[in-house]
Write a protein that binds this ligand. Structure first.
Ligand SMILES: Nc1ncnc2c1ncn2[C@@H]1O[C@H](COP(=O)(O)OP(=O)(O)O)[C@@H](O)[C@H]1O
Ligand SMILES: [Mg+2]
Length: 374
């Protein structure tokens, strides 16, 4: 297995050699299956480098769904729950469709920006004796996720110092974060919010001697309507305070719209990688002043990264910069016009910046169960 999130399992596809009864196209009988033991991703508690054996049932499913078995491809398998089958299938189809939209957008741009290519996908019902329904996506394989890249297995530490072993220092890491921002922009331009931007959902790969990055896992993505999303989904650690405050409140029941929070999650990743790998997450309203101060004081953090963090780490969602601003700042840094761009943004936001946090975003809401006296 190559990785596992909270939702799917990702297996490495393998060509079984001819002498094992399989030709190089992946056709023919699969006499022996070799799915390696692998690290389990995503949930950090599971990431304590425990080697887990792939569950036997899943191993068989992986090899039964052998539509395309080739090197440099992985297969994500999602087992749908019986009681929410229709909803899960809709979600799966949306995930695949967004992956294809991104792929198309990247191809159209003629950019060398990496993205996950979808080679095959489908839904498999009743495989052998197992009655469950699975969705599978065969896609291009990346080297590793960003969480594993900035983690040191031996010391248990993480942060940019640990990625040096892959030759990823400050300039390379800024290229990686530029790619992530480009991916968020592609999504937002196509009116999707990713909703689960985090280190585990960023994959990296070496292209023409440079480490480049792509955003993966559109399982929680939602549509943006009038610059707002309906979903409060996401990994708690990466959610902005105004959403976390309302996570367990009546708000989700009322389906109240919120701002896309991908840019906030982007800043959280910048903080984890460049400022403080041990930052206490999720970031609450009361943490903002201290975090802003430690970002300003961090000596070995590139100024462009400091600026990005400081322009996102704000109480009010409307005073945070957009993904377009993030990309403008990153390219201004390259062309030496950073100060000009920063001045323009500061001028635009001068009214908002002087306002105190709005009452909606500063006080935690009453949990919904308390509203009914539960
Ligand atoms: N294309 C890929 N190449 C290599 N590894 C991958 C790829 N896609 C996912 N993974 C690994 O599998 C993990 C889980 O995949 P993901 O799509 O995020 O599933 P989930 O929806 O369960 O979070 C990722 O964090 C990553 O480590
Ligand atoms: Mg994931």
């Amino acid at each position: 297995m190559y990785g596992e999130g909270s939702y799917g399992k990702v297996y490495k596809c393998k060509v079984v050699s001819k002498n094992q009864g399989e030709n190089s196209e992946g056709k023919g009988p699969l006499s022996k299956t070799k799915v390696k033991k692998g690290f389990v991703g995503d949930a950090r508690k599971k990431r304590a480098n425990k080697r887990l054996t792939v569950q036997k049932g899943h191993r068989e499913e992986a090899w039964n769904m052998k539509r395309v078995i080739q090197v440099n491809k992985v297969m994500k398998i999602i087992e749908f729950s019986e009681d929410r089958l229709e909803r899960d299938i809709d979600k799966f189809e949306k995930e695949v469709s967004i992956m294809k939209t991104v792929q198309h957008a990247v191809e159209e741009q003629g950019d060398v920006l990496p993205c996950v290519q979808v080679y095959d996908d489908g839904i498999v019902r009743s495989v052998r004796s197992v009655r469950s329904v699975f969705g599978f996506i065969v896609m291009s394989m990346f080297t590793q996720d960003l969480f594993d890249t900035v983690k040191d297995d031996n010391s248990g530490r993480y942060g940019i110092n640990c990625s040096m072993k892959y030759g990823i220092g400050y300039p390379q890491m800024i290229i990686i974060f530029t790619d992530i921002a480009k991916h968020i922009k592609i999504l937002h331009d196509n009116r999707y919010a990713h909703n689960d931007v985090k280190l585990e959902n960023v994959m990296i790969i070496k292209k023409e001697g440079q480490w480049r990055a792509a955003l993966i896992d559109f399982g929680l993505a939602s549509t943006i309507v009038d610059q707002r999303i309906n979903s409060l989904a996401g990994t708690t650690a990466y959610l902005p305070p105004e959403i976390n405050n309302h996570r367990y409140s009546i708000r989700p029941l009322l389906n109240i719209k919120v701002d896309p929070h991908d840019v906030w999650a982007y800043a959280v990743m910048l903080i984890e990688v460049f400022v403080n790998p041990r930052v206490q997450l999720p970031i609450g309203h009361s943490d903002i002043p201290d975090l802003r101060r430690s970002t300003e004081q961090k000596e070995d953090c590139p100024p462009v990264v400091k600026n990005l963090i400081l322009l996102i780490l704000k109480y009010r969602p409307e005073s945070r910069i957009s993904i377009d601003d993030v990309l403008e700042i990153l390219s201004a840094e390259e062309s030496g016009t950073l100060q000009e761009v920063l001045d323009r943004i500061a001028e635009r936001d001068v009214g908002l910046a002087s306002l105190p946090p709005s009452s909606d975003t500063s006080s935690p809401a009453k949990p919904w169960w308390k509203l009914w006296g539960g």
